[in-house]
Design a protein. Structure first.
Length: 202
């Protein structure tokens, strides 16, 4: 009787041990699976679930605009770059024109100085001491640039008196030479006049 009870108790103990082992190991080793994200349901006024609206298909115009967006941007950039390059070219051309004008002015200043300095001061004193008619006869026989230079060194009253005693063509020639050598505006006009005349003839 006692032995039979002990055997039954041992069998029951052995049967219970694996179940406890499985329960312990299963709870520790297997982590819980992450919960799936909850889906949001849209419910209509009638209480029924409404399926989410799908994006509307693009029209032909929208597809065309989307396809040409990048090429249009490239074309605009290319046009702007072309305009910038044209502006740079015009600016460079303008700078060259101003540089040419500066050199022209410097050349005119040097020419005017050389013209005024072409006669010695002693000759100016000689002609300023002469009577107008005598000085006019002497200056009329000189080369026109030399005579004009001497007249510019005299006082205005003396020069005008001498010119009044000269023959009209000679006086006009000397006066024109003095104006062209001392007045830059007149020099520019005289330079441009032949070119204008040639254009009119053409």
């Amino acid at each position: 009787m006692t032995r039979t009870a002990l055997n039954l108790a041992l069998v029951a103990f052995l049967a219970a041990v694996p179940a406890h082992a499985e329960e312990a190991s299963g709870g520790a080793a297997a982590p819980a699976a992450p919960a799936a994200p909850a889906k949001v349901r849209v419910v209509g006024p009638n209480g029924q679930a409404v399926a989410p609206a799908e994006p509307a298909p693009m029209s032909d115009v929208e597809r065309y605009c989307a396809n040409i967006a990048d090429p249009a941007l490239d074309a605009r950039n290319a046009l702007q770059l072309k305009k910038v390059q044209e502006a740079e070219g015009q600016l460079s051309e303008r700078i060259d024109q101003l540089e040419a004008k500066r050199q022209e002015v410097q050349g005119w200043i040097a020419e005017r100085k050389a013209f005024l300095d072409s006669t010695a001061g002693i000759m100016t004193d000689i002609y300023s001491a002469m009577k107008p008619d005598a000085a006019a006869a002497q200056l009329a026989g000189l080369e026109r640039p030399v005579a004009a230079s001497l007249l510019t060194r005299l006082k205005s009253r003396q020069a005008s008196a001498i010119l009044a005693e000269m023959p009209a063509p000679v006086a006009a020639e000397l006066a024109d030479l003095i104006v062209r050598k001392t007045d830059r505006g007149a020099t520019t006009a005289a330079t441009e006049a032949p070119s204008a005349g040639s254009e009119n003839r053409s």
